[in-house]
Design a protein around this ligand. Structure first.
Ligand code: IMP
Ligand code: MG
Length: 183
């Protein structure tokens, strides 16, 4: 979907399809360089990271393995519950692996902080984080994020994998919603 398809629900477009693709390509080039000669496993966090995983993986020039996890930290509202539960675990044994967690967005950082510690406890060689978006002003924990696409203002955003009540994930851009959508 593009901005015309959701015009009535939209407040602002924050990052266009082109801007997102450009930044993902830059991150992929950096990841290719940083992991040269190593075997990388990229782990996508369902469901939000589907778009960034698909674009990042295809922008890489190196072989990678791909696996998926589903965790829950949000209901259908817009506030982090702080409670993380594994809904779907990895199929891969992480012993000795270089792992890159791929996320759509880091808000409070609670989900990723928990997930990074969880994966590290499985005997990984390394665990780093790549996120398409981050809200620096919303951080509640200190989290070392190696690859960040774009920083966002502390507002609820949708698109490019990010949903509001399971809608808007298939927007090709990231934007904010008009107030009437939440009411
Ligand atoms: P955190 O634990 O607060 O960092 O929340 C991370 C998760 O919350 C993300 O992976 C998203 O699924 C969801 N989330 C956080 N902010 C937004 C937003 O602005 N729009 C949609 N989903 C969000
Ligand atoms: Mg997510």
């Amino acid at each position: 979907m593009d901005s015309h398809d959701v015009q009535a629900d939209l407040k602002h477009v924050l990052y266009t399809k082109e801007q997102i693709q450009q930044r993902i390509a830059e991150l992929a080039a950096q990841i290719d360089k940083d992991y040269e000669g190593r075997e990388l496993l990229i782990v996508g966090v369902l469901k939000g990271a589907v778009m960034v995983m698909a674009d990042l993986a295809r922008a890489l020039h190196s072989h990678v393995s791909m696996d998926w996890m589903a965790v829950s930290s949000y209901g259908s509202g817009t506030q982090s519950s702080g409670v993380v539960r594994i809904l779907k675990d990895l199929d891969t044994d992480l012993m000795g692996k270089d792992v890159l967690i791929v996320e759509d967005i880091i808000d409070s950082g609670l989900t990723l902080s928990w997930l990074k510690t969880n994966l590290e406890s499985r005997g990984t060689a390394s665990v780093e984080i790549c996120t398409a978006f981050r809200k620096p002003d919303a951080a509640k924990v200190e989290l070392d994020v190696k690859y960040v696409g774009y920083d966002l203002p502390n507002e609820f955003v949708v698109g490019y994998g990010l949903d509001y009540a399971e809608k808007y994930r298939n927007l090709e851009f990231v934007g904010t919603l008009a107030p009437h959508v939440y009411e």
